[in-house]
Design a protein around this ligand. Structure first.
Ligand code: PEP
Ligand code: MN
Length: 368
């Protein structure tokens, strides 16, 4: 697949004055719920009304979606509110039923994108239609798998394509439900600048309070739109309760977001600048996180040294690290002076951490 303007014609043709907005509940629960939320979103910036009909749940036994009956409710949404509709499809039957009920936009979920078999089945079922299809990133941070899914759809003749960045699962405890790994989305954007890129802050954060900040970062990184889970009674939603916002809150978020329009040279300069700044912010956060992790390991070393009564400062080891890092730094365009200064500071902090542990042990001995 090559980058081409054609990839984004469907979005450009909408000529939106703001990012594309896809909003609605995680799951369709009842006809009343689906219609109520749709009516509350009717006169807002929302472009597509989303509702999951078939829900991919990580563990069995949770609410797995209302099934095909929900498609009738989505049809009613369109008739009563004029909102276009969107749902997730994960196999041929879902596609056939969604087409039958005239759903306007289909998305492929993160758990499906990991499986080329499923993607091929969906692509075959969609051949010859002109639906908009958005591919969520796979649950694991693998750009080829993500792009591979887009390519399969493109090969099946689907022209109205786009991708949704919903974050990646990780074994580590983080403040996110799915870590954003922004650099992957940035790389995808660099390779396919014309492929519409939508952010899903709901599944990235897992918490409604964090949705605004992640949305703002996405817009600063030139994302084309947002998918935000919206429910009239989020706390009592049948799935993903913690991350859904009310329609009123969604309107407020849209109002507060700094939305950039690329118009003149001055704006273009400002856009590029805020794009770079957003990237710097992400990298700085990663630096702090990595340094925090490094000091945790230093603490473990402190424990080991304490048990063996070994001196904290090990000059040989330290010189070896420095020599290696100066060379690594050079290959990345960093001056020796800078690498030295930085590692001296890191080393000092490491020693402080270890000394704290060793001294705590001495204090224990004295007390005894
Ligand atoms: C969803 O959008 O409700 C959903 C299940 O998303 P994901 O595939 O990103 O987990
Ligand atoms: Mn959800």
């Amino acid at each position: 697949m090559e980058n081409s303007k054609e990839l984004r014609t469907w979005l450009d043709d909408m000529a939106l004055p703001h990012p594309l907005v896809i909003a609605g509940p995680c799951s369709a629960e009842t006809e009343e719920q689906v219609l109520r939320i749709a009516h509350e979103l009717k006169d807002t910036d929302v472009n597509y009304y989303r509702a999951g009909i078939w829900k991919p749940r990580t563990r069995p036994g949770n609410f797995e979606g209302v099934g095909a009956i929900g498609l009738k409710w989505l049809k009613k949404v369109k008739e009563e509110t004029g909102l276009k509709t969107a749902t997730e499809v994960a196999n041929r039957t879902h596609v056939d039923l969604a087409l039958e009920h005239d759903v306007d936009l289909l998305w492929i979920g993160a758990r499906s994108t990991v499986s080329p078999f499923i993607i091929q089945e969906i692509a075959d079922a969609l051949e010859g239609t002109d639906k908009i299809v958005l591919v969520k990133n796979p649950v694991n941070p693998d750009l080829s798998l993500w792009l591979g899914a887009v390519e399969r759809l493109h090969k099946a003749g689907i022209k109205k394509l786009g991708v949704i960045h919903r974050g990646f699962s990780t074994y580590e405890k983080t403040k996110y439900r799915n870590i954003p790994e922004w650099q992957l989305a940035i790389e995808l954007q660099t390779r396919f600048p014309d492929l519409p890129l939508i952010n899903d802050p709901s599944h990235i954060t897992g918490k409604r309070d964090m949705i605004f900040d992640v949305s703002q970062t996405a817009l600063d990184l030139n994302f084309d739109g947002l998918m935000i889970e919206t429910h009239h009674d989020p706390d009592n939603a049948w799935s993903d309760a913690a991350q859904q916002v009310t329609p009123q809150k969604l309107v407020q978020i849209m109002k507060d977001l700094r939305i950039r329009k690329e118009t003149d040279e001055e704006t273009e300069y400002k856009n590029s600048l805020s794009n770079c700044r957003a990237q710097i912010d992400i990298l700085d956060n990663q630096l702090i996180e990595t340094l925090g992790k490094r000091m945790k390991v230093a603490d473990q070393i402190g424990e080991l040294k304490k048990q063996r009564n070994v001196a904290v400062l090990q000059t040989n080891r330290w010189n070896a690290i420095l020599g290696k890092m100066i060379l690594e730094g050079e290959s990345k365009g960093l001056s020796e002076e800078f690498v030295l200064k930085m590692f001296k500071a890191i080393h000092q902090e490491s020693i402080n951490h270890q000394e704290k542990i060793v001294n705590a042990a001495k204090a224990e001995v004295v007390q005894k």
